[in-house]
Write a protein of this length. Structure first.
Length: 160
């Protein structure tokens, strides 16, 4: 018998699938993956989603009835694309905005006309916050050989 995924993993899976679909990155968006490249057979462009270990709040806020906690889950989305010869970061910048627009689409679709929220098709998701992204040329972090972006995103959700 397969174990049911916890709400956190369900949210992350749906978030991953929505970004892949909306940004036109089928089979190119991953969770928690820190190894990638041509030697791994990975597509380019591609993106991966990490939990931001530096930005987490380990003390969730209680909801009004005290039954569930609102959990703030800070993420870092990292995307990679081949560099343009004259303007190396242009493709990674375009990729970052494809991902930003995908997340904006998730947010827009989650706002119902009657005021209820249904982000990612789940009542548990309270909000999605998009930070300012940054784009870097290959080698800027001492490890990559391809241009990349880093985009902070926070998912806030209720967890029993």
């Amino acid at each position: 018998m397969e174990e049911e995924d916890p709400v956190r993993l369900t949210i992350l899976k749906r978030f991953t699938d929505e970004i892949a679909s909306r940004a036109g990155l089928p089979d190119a968006v991953f969770r928690g993956r820190d190894y990638f490249g041509e030697n791994e057979g990975d597509p380019t462009p591609m993106a991966t989603i990490f939990e931001d270990i530096a930005g987490g709040d380990d003390y969730p806020a209680q909801t009004k009835d005290g039954a569930a906690s609102l959990v703030s889950l800070p993420l870092i989305l990292v995307g990679f694309d081949h560099e343009d010869r004259l303007n190396p970061t242009d493709p990674a910048t375009r990729l970052m905005y494809r991902v930003i627009n995908a997340i904006k689409g998730i947010k827009a679709d989650g706002r119902k006309r009657n005021g209820d929220l249904l982000y990612l098709g789940m009542e548990a998701v309270d909000r999605i916050e998009i930070g300012s992204g940054h784009v870097y040329p290959a080698g800027a972090d001492g490890a990559t050989n391809i241009a990349f972006f880093r985009l902070p995103v926070t998912l806030v959700y209720a967890e029993d």
